[in-house]
Design a protein around this ligand. Structure first.
Ligand code: NAI
Ligand code: AKG
Length: 526
């Protein structure tokens, strides 16, 4: 039974599939203290949050069983992604469900800002009738500058175009083609900042976007510019905004998000030019249902080991590709494990080569699995989320390459290991109907099923060597299930690959290594 902990309010309808699942126990506890949260997380398999719960490295450390953190929404800046990745926890979000609601909210803020609607309302309910104080501006023919033309920025642009605004956008990933399709002018950051009557930000909050709009940016803007932030507090420097409004440079600002939430009695609220909402961008019935449905679905897929799509700390893999790669997973993991157990010395580099039909596919997920297989030999709790991170942290170079040459096989995976003591390479394939096979160890062709207890023996090709190995194994009560011998030339170096029925002892390995014709014996357990 999977325990799914939900610590922020979520749509009940949206989480119905979790509540109905017979393999899931849903625990919904909001407004938990830090201590309560640390206790609750200890035995949770999945955690679902919105933006309130701060998923810190400390919280993640207390999560002993956690496989997945689900964010019912877009922004994951309340989740310590590197800490989750290091601990092998998948982070998923619901990127599409609240796009329309947030774009509509931003548009509502845009009109409210242009026409002083909140200020007018506040005045009239105070009993005033002050029409002169709240004269606004039209949107028609004005320039809207959008920083970040992703999902929300794009939907906002469409709405602004319908109001006959000129829309200008800066986004590092915006192509001329896409800009044309959406009907916006692609421009540099400086140009958008200098030419817009309204500027709205729709980027995530990252190191690069923190204070994207600062005092210098304000100084480059048109006089009387109006600013909107319905993305994340911190993208706009709030102190600089305060100064820019006071100096008259900025005519008004509409804010849905704040550097600290809740913002309390914020100095910006003392300025009549500022209108604000308490992070309501995604607060519609529809958006909340959508994101809860999406994130619940992803959580179920991950817990049940099924294909999923919206991982933030893993490259997204289309379900169709996941299905295609699935048969290779066992081979990949076993090759990773085999290679590291066979090599001697401290691991420095892993080179993974995909050949034949695999060279045509996106094999990055298989590389992660191979890496997991390799690193698991040294480290506990490695999974395919944390494996690349852990390799990098330890200075292990990982290279993936592809070649069309598959030496008569439809596909091959080669795993090359370089340690401080030498190099080792193993190649494997999936034989139609016959399962996984190791087909080459270093330069020796073999045909070995990568499973169970194996003995890899490097020896010199001399008469009697095989017999003596058999005798020693027999003396230690170890039965040989299969045996393969590979050599390059008569009397030269050779290998024996044995499947044995049980794990072998250190004493047995030492007895084998004591034989003259043997120079190395490695026990491998897969
Ligand atoms: N107020 C609210 O309730 C909500 C706020 N949000 C916020 O809105 C943000 C945007 O959401 P989506 O449009 O769904 O995300 P998205 O990922 O579709 O779009 C973000 C865009 O920002 C661009 N970008 C990244 N760095 C940039 C930079 N330095 N300069 C210019 N552009 C940059 C990206 O290329 C991307 O196109 C989210 O990250 C989230 O923080 C999202 C939903 C609700
Ligand atoms: O959960 C919420 O209401 C906040 C939505 C949001 O900010 C996001 O999806 O990034």
């Amino acid at each position: 039974m999977f325990r799914v902990l939900i610590t922020d309010p979520l749509s009940k309808l949206g989480i119905e599939q979790l509540l109905d699942a017979t393999d899931v126990k849903v625990v919904q506890k909001t407004d938990l203290s830090k201590e309560e949260l640390l206790t609750e997380i200890a035995d949770a398999d999945a955690l679902i949050v919105r933006s309130q719960t701060q998923v810190t490295a400390e919280l993640i450390q207390h999560a002993k069983k956690l496989k997945v953190i689900g964010r019912a929404g877009v922004g994951v800046d309340n989740i310590d992604i590197p800490a989750a990745t290091a601990q092998g926890i998948i982070v998923v979000n619901a990127p599409d469900g609240n796009t329309i609601s947030t774009a509509e909210h931003t548009f509502a803020m845009l009109i409210s800002l242009a026409r002083n609607i909140p200020q007018g309302y506040r005045s009239i309910v105070r009993g005033e009738w002050n029409r002169k104080a709240y004269v606004g501006v039209e949107l028609n023919n004005k320039t809207l500058g959008i920083l970040g033309l992703g999902r929300i920025g794009t939907e906002l642009a469409k709405r602004a175009r319908a109001f006959h605004m000129n829309v200008m956008a800066f986004d590092p990933y915006l192509t001329e083609d896409r800009a044309k399709k959406i009907g916006v002018q692609k421009a540099s950051l400086d140009h958008v900042i200098a030419a817009s009557d309204f500027i709205t930000v729709h980027t995530p909050l990252t190191k690069e976007t923190r204070h994207l709009i600062d005092a210098k940016a304000f100084s480059q803007m048109k006089n009387g510019v109006r600013i909107l932030n319905c993305a994340r507090g911190g993208i706009i420097d709030e102190n600089a905004l305060f100064d820019a409004i006071q100096s008259g440079k900025v005519a008004g600002a509409a804010l849905d998000v704040f550097e600290t939430e809740p913002p309390g009695e914020h100095p910006l609220f003392t300025l009549p030019q500022v209108i604000a909402t308490p992070h309501l961008g995604a607060s519609t019935r529809e958006a909340q249902e959508n994101v809860a449905i999406d994130v619940s679905q992803e959580i179920l897929h991950i817990l049940r080991d099924e294909p999923f799509k919206n991982a933030v700390n893993l490259p997204s893999i289309p379900a169709e590709l996941q299905e295609k790669l699935r048969p290779y997973q066992i081979l990949a993991e076993r090759l990773g494990s085999f290679s590291i157990q066979s090599a001697e010395g401290a691991l420095e580099e892993i080179t993974i080569t995909f050949s034949g039909e695999l060279a045509e596919m996106d094999t990055a997920p298989l590389s992660r699995i191979i890496l997991k297989g390799t690193l698991s030999h040294y480290l506990s709790d490695v999974n395919y989320v944390s494996a690349p991170y852990l390799a990098k942290e330890r200075g292990i170079k990982v290279t993936e390459q592809k070649t069309s040459q598959s030496h008569g096989f439809t596909h091959l995976i080669h795993v090359g290991i370089r340690t401080d003591q030498g190099e080792f390479i193993v190649s494997g394939t999936l034989l139609n109907g016959l399962g996984t096979r190791i087909v080459k160890i270093d330069q020796y062709p073999v045909d070995v099923q990568p499973e169970g207890h194996l003995l890899l023996i490097h020896h010199y090709d001399r008469p009697g060597a095989i017999g003596r190995v058999g005798t020693i194994l027999g003396d230690h009560g170890v039965n040989i299930a299969t045996m393969q011998v590979g050599r390059k030339n008569i009397g030269g170096r050779a290998i024996m690959m044995l499947h044995v029925d049980k794990q072998v002892s250190e004493t047995l390995l030492e007895s084998l290594e004591a034989l003259d014709e043997i120079h190395r014996v490695t026990a491998i357990d897969l």
